[in-house]
Ligand binder design. Structure first.
Ligand code: DQA
Length: 136
């Protein structure tokens, strides 16, 4: 299978910011572990802090499944929601932290409704669990 992992705003700071929430490994280190886990599959990784670039990555995706951690964009980006709704490739929404155990503004996702499913709260393993779901 071919997976596209998309990380949005501030996810490039993983391993540096709020280590108690997101852990001390960098996004590159996490991506390397994901790649090793899915040895027999093709994994492509994209990260951007720019909302429009996330939309373009979604629109131009060539994959069997998209695993999307949109970061804070999750909570308000109608543009990313519309991009997801515009494609046929299924998207699984991911969060490393359990957003429902955090501030109330994180409890709302404008993306979930147009995603195949949501995986959250399992740290870096949220990405692997989300991609595994495409194999069921
Ligand atoms: C996050 C949760 C979001 O609320 C936050 O803005 C992030 C990361 C997560 O992976 O837990 O940047 O998506």
């Amino acid at each position: 299978m071919k997976f596209l992992f998309i990380n949005g705003v501030n996810l490039n700071m993983t391993g540096v910011r709020e280590k108690g929430v997101y852990g001390s490994e960098t996004l590159d280190e996490i991506n390397a572990q994901i790649k090793a886990h899915f040895k027999g599959d093709e994994c492509e990784f994209f990260q951007s802090n720019i909302e429009g670039e996330i939309c373009t990555a979604i629109q131009s995706a060539k994959a069997d499944g998209i695993i999307l951690n949109a970061g804070a964009f999750t909570h308000y980006s109608i543009a990313i929601r519309d991009a997801i709704a515009s494609i046929k490739i299924p998207v699984v929404e991911v969060h490393m932290s359990n957003v429902h155990a955090r501030e109330e503004f994180r409890h709302t996702s404008v993306l979930s409704e147009v995603c195949k499913g949501v995986v959250l709260g399992f740290g870096k393993n949220s990405y692997i669990l989300a991609a595994e779901s495409f194999k069921l």
